[in-house]
Ligand binder design. Structure first.
Ligand code: CTP
Ligand code: MG
Length: 577
């Protein structure tokens, strides 16, 4: 049902093409059905009576009918293929757009691997079925019924052969398909399985090597691979059986027609031409039955795929994106009002009733032990997630009433896990502002302390970056991400642990340069090292999702126990060093 509605809904724009397929196939099938009877006439009237004029004229008619049949068949397949491909393209586009519109919440629920499979392989299965359906939908039933009618017209005495061979083929092929169906379902699952193992291993290859986990991982892969192989082999075995069995039925039917028909020709009940025509019709019918069954065979797999696609398409983003927008915030005052936030499925919220204000022109630092909720807090500002309670506001406007474009123009996030896209250094830096000049890029790199290493690259700004930025070091990646945020010149800068890969002196230089360019913008820094935030205007101490202290470094050292512990633990490390 899902399959039918999904396909019908997406077939609408291509009604004209589908109508063309119908008409062309109708003509082509009728022509194909006409040919054997013309052939019979040539044999019975032309050859046996030695009438060469009749042979010529009927032969010409046959040639024309044949041409018509070929041309319409080609046309039908052409439009069928175009329609199927167009529907596939539309589905892929829709899945892509939907995925693009979903929030981190829904994306997390699906998982990356399955979204990729759904957007590619699953769509392809549906597309294949549409193609098959369009190619055989009209021709198969007409061929079957028309073939039977025509065969009976040639000789009713042999009709029992039709009634025996067609059901026989149907039962045999049907039984094999019945065996195949569950295997196909299983196969799709196993492909999913192998995809996810492979994906995880390639993404995590460095870790796998570092921990010498290759034996374990290759065992995992071997299992997944073998599971798929086993199913494939079983499918293969059935297919191996299928073709000889079908051929056997066809040949038995041929032999029976010749045997019984031959006797009837002997006794004069039937003409030779009728016999050949009858044989051709029977073969046409059997082929049509076979094709029909093959088509049916593809349905279960496509149904599973359609359901998986529909699953994605019908997921509504938990975040409503407003279209009638309010004015874009121009100042950048960030305010949390009694914000409580938890990840789905978690028992406890990670942030509990958090309230604070981060003012423009000032630096707000967030410290806390690992897992305290710092990243979660930062991610609420560009609205990667929505809080369950309370509000996040910029210039007094809830971020939920801003469009995505507005949010990203106001907020510049350097996330804890820096990510770069495949392309060049320049193309990555221009993510925030496409119109930035090379000078702007160099200036951002200078502030981000990344100028030297980019200058040392063979092609400078045009040096290639591989997917995820894996061809630069962790520290370089971090600096490029900082520069990317700087190029965009947002009103609110968010640095989530962005200075951790920098040594102490580079860290200090970066913060100084940053102070110049951020000017009257709001800066929020999550830091591990207390030394990098001692001069912040305001420090928030987060512990287990709660703000347990706020103030300047001096104030907090004096009166906040948690903060003092953090400072002491780091001081002692430094002192020891
Ligand atoms: N968490 C979760 N699902 C996520 C991310 C985080 O359930 N997708 C939970 C984690 O279990 C963690 C808590 O949220 O206990 C806080 O995570 P996070 O905000 O990332 O902690 P940080 O303070 O940023 O920790 P770190 O210093 O290690 O970056
Ligand atoms: Mg974090």
């Amino acid at each position: 049902m899902v399959l039918v509605s999904l396909v019908l809904q997406h077939a609408k724009p291509y009604k004209a093409w589908i109508a063309a397929v119908f008409v062309l196939q109708l003509i082509s099938t009728i022509a194909a059905l006409y040919l054997p009877s013309l052939n019979a006439q040539i044999i019975d009237k032309g050859i046996s009576m030695g009438d060469s004029g009749f042979i010529w004229s009927t032969g010409m008619v046959m040639l024309v009918v044949c041409l018509v049949q070929v041309v319409t068949a080609i046309g039908g397949i052409y439009f069928g293929a175009r329609t199927a491909m167009a529907i596939g393209r539309d589905l892929r586009r829709e899945v892509y757009r939907k995925v693009d519109s979903l929030s981190a919440l829904e994306l997390g629920r699906f998982g990356t691997a399955t979204l990729i499979t759904r957007g590619t392989n699953d769509v392809q299965q549906v597309q294949m079925l549409v193609l098959m359906t369009l190619n055989f939908m009209v021709s198969t039933p007409i061929m079957c019924i028309g073939g039977i009618v025509m065969a009976l017209r040639e000789d009713a005495g042999l009709s029992w052969l039709v009634w025996v061979s067609v059901p026989l083929l149907f039962v045999i092929v049907g039984f094999l398909v019945y065996l195949l169906m569950p295997l196909f379902r299983l196969m799709q699952d196993r492909i999913d399985g192998i995809n996810s193992v492979l994906r995880e291993q390639i993404v995590g290859i460095r870790v796998v090597r570092a921990f010498v986990r290759e034996p374990f991982e290759s065992e995992r892969y071997r299992t997944a691979n073998e599971n798929l192989t086993r199913v494939s082999v079983r499918v293969g075995n059935i297919f191996v059986l299928m073709f000889p069995v079908i051929m056997m039925v066809l040949h038995l039917a041929t032999a029976a027609v010749l045997w019984f028909g031959g006797h009837r020709v002997d006794t004069g009940e039937m003409q030779i031409g009728s016999l050949t025509a009858f044989l051709q019709y029977l073969l046409q019918i059997l082929m049509a039955v076979m094709m029909g069954v093959f088509m049916v065979m593809m349905i279960p797999r496509a149904v599973v795929c359609a359901e998986r696609i529909q699953d994605v398409l019908s997921t509504e983003s938990s975040q409503l994106i407003p279209d009638a927008s309010v004015a874009t915030p121009a100042v950048g005052l960030v305010e949390f009002r009694n914000v409580t936030f938890g990840y789905p499925g978690a028992e406890r919220p990670v942030l509990d009733n958090v309230s604070f204000t981060a003012e423009p022109g000032k630096t707000t630092a967030i410290v806390g032990s690992t897992g305290a909720g710092k990243t979660s807090l930062i991610n609420l500002i560009p609205r990667l997630y929505d809080p369950q309670q309370g509000e996040v506001l910029i210039d007094g406007v809830p971020v939920s009433s801003l469009t995505r474009a507005q949010v990203s123009s106001v907020v510049g996030l350097v996330s804890q896990k820096p990510y770069l896209f495949s392309g060049t250094i320049a193309s990555n830096l221009r993510f925030g502002r496409a119109s930035a000049t090379d000078d702007d890029l160099w200036e951002a790199l200078r502030v981000a302390q990344g100028e030297d290493f980019v200058r040392n690259k063979a092609k400078g700004l045009d040096d290639p970056i591989s997917q995820g930025g894996t061809n630069v070091s962790g520290g370089q990646r971090q600096r490029l991400c900082i520069a990317r945020a700087l190029v965009a010149k947002p009103r609110v800068y968010l640095f989530d642990d962005s200075f951790s890969a920098l040594d102490v002196s580079t860290d200090a230089r970066l913060r100084e340069a940053l102070g110049e360019v951020t000017g009257d913008a709001t800066v929020i820094i999550v830091a591990q090292r207390v030394s990098s935030i001692t001069d912040a205007d305001q420090i928030l101490v987060v512990d287990d999702g709660v703000i347990v202290g706020r103030g300047t470094h001096e104030e907090l050292v004096e009166r906040n126990e948690t903060y003092r512990q953090i400072v002491e633990s780091q001081l002692s490390v430094q002192e020891v060093a």
